[in-house]
Design a protein around this ligand. Structure first.
Ligand code: NIG
Ligand code: FE
Length: 418
């Protein structure tokens, strides 16, 4: 047994996912204590309460600082080779993201580098980013494939995700995203590539996965539903086939144009619909009336230098379950820090610090279907917590650009990071 003592406050959402105006309801115990046993939260109490109950337990000092749940980042493109600094400069000079993609850059330039990389190279490049995210407080991260777009490279990316997850301490949740772009082999033939995904890639990926990690649940399947990438009908065909094979679903929807992806995700029972910049009021309502979590990625418009963000307040007002994620990727937003995402969400989308924290913990866990195990400091949950180096959790959103985490506790193991 370990007990976190000497905190300024233990702050956490409690009682499951937070829909609509419930977002941001936090329990705050001044100078609270947390007992951890076997990688789980054993008890949460007032100052002196748990050290009194368990006098022999090892003590972890919070040094007079705040304790919050570990962040969950439910949307990243963690695995890739190389970088796209050249395209960043092109965008600053006026080219748009979609123009660069149409000219063969963008996702396709990362595709070339990723196809050429070995599994070991992918793991070592992604490890550096995963480790950075962990030091900044992310204890669980979703990671997508989607820079191979042929069976061999997509499986290589899944293999890299499996190896990184096994290595730890960051827990990584896999998503298969063969539908991230139209590969060069199918240029001008999105229907042909859609058929390949439905008839060949999805069934083969499922077989490979079941042989590679027997008994593990299947990865999510995600599609980039966007004009000139996968249109709505193609997206529906891919997601419907994936669902029939037993894959849980996610969707990139309404990043640049509204094709109706958010309503489709809600109708198909996807775990989340992500981006949601151009989402219509009717689609916001469809999401709010469903179990599908609305994942907002404010790092993406920020990274692209765009002014338009998800209508987060409208999503909350409609009763939606709003989560935040980084979208970490080499094209639109290379950022590993969920602290920065919270700071940005407060300014660009008018969230309160409490809302931003809940959207980065319990609701982010809900976007992965893991809110029973992750996302709050409650008895029985996995002991994934952060000891900050500041006394007030609101500093996470208020003070930005530096790392406010001093110790990351993952499955009960303490990792000093700051
Ligand atoms: O979520 N929109 C598609 N995928 C990523 C960008 C990937 C890339 O440009 O490499 C996104 O923004
Ligand atoms: Fe993305």
């Amino acid at each position: 047994m370990k007990i976190i003592v000497d905190s300024s406050q233990v702050v956490t959402p409690s009682g499951g996912r937070q829909k609509g105006l419930a977002l941001g309801s936090l329990s705050l115990i001044p100078q609270g204590e947390v007992a951890i046993e076997d990688g789980r939260i054993y008890a949460v109490g007032q100052k002196g309460e748990l050290v009194g109950r368990f006098p022999g337990a090892e003590r972890i000092s919070a040094g007079g600082n705040a304790v919050v749940p570990g962040f969950v980042d439910p949307h990243t493109h963690l695995i890739f080779a190389g970088d796209r600094a050249v395209e960043f400069e092109m965008r600053l000079q006026g080219k748009t993201y979609m123009e660069i993609m149409a000219a063969g850059g963008g996702i396709l330039s990362t595709l070339k580098a990723t196809r050429a990389a070995s599994v070991e190279e992918l793991v070592s490049q992604a490890w550096e980013r995963a480790h950075t995210a962990f030091r900044f407080g992310t204890t669980t991260m979703e990671a997508k494939t989607g820079y191979g777009l042929d069976i061999e490279t997509e499986l290589k990316m899944l293999e890299a995700i499996i190896q990184l997850n096994e290595e730890g301490p960051l827990e990584i949740v896999p998503t298969y995203m063969g539908a991230h772009a139209i590969p060069p082999e199918y240029a001008g033939n999105p229907d042909g590539y859609t058929r390949f995904l439905v008839e060949t890639a999805l069934p083969e990926t499922r077989l490979w996965w079941q042989a590679r990690v027997p008994g593990a649940s299947l990865p999510f399947v995600d599609v980039f539903c966007e004009k000139d990438v996968f249109e709505l009908a193609q997206t529906e065909a891919i997601l419907t086939a994936a669902k029939a094979l037993g894959f849980p679903l996610k969707l990139h929807a309404d990043e640049f144009e509204n094709l109706g992806g958010a309503a489709l995700a809600a109708r198909l029972g996807a775990f989340s619909a992500d981006h949601l910049v151009k989402t219509s009021p009717a689609d916001i309502q469809a999401l709010a009336d469903s179990e599908t979590v609305a994942v907002s990625l404010p790092g993406t418009p920020f990274g692209l230098g765009q002014q338009e963000y998800s209508p987060a307040r409208a999503i909350i007002a409609a009763g939606g379950c709003l989560a935040l994620a980084s979208d970490l990727n080499p094209g639109t937003t290379w950022n590993e820090s969920m602290q920065f995402i919270q700071a940005l969400a407060c300014r660009a989308m008018k969230l309160t610090p409490a809302e931003a924290l809940a959207a980065s913990t319990i609701n982010a866990a809900a976007a992965l279907g893991m809110e029973d195990r992750l996302g709050s400091i409650e008895v029985g949950k996995q002991a994934d917590l952060l000891i900050l180096r500041v006394r007030d959790y609101r500093m996470l959103a208020y003070r930005y650009g530096t790392n406010l985490v001093s110790q990351v506790i993952k499955k009960g193991v303490v990792h000093p990071v700051g």
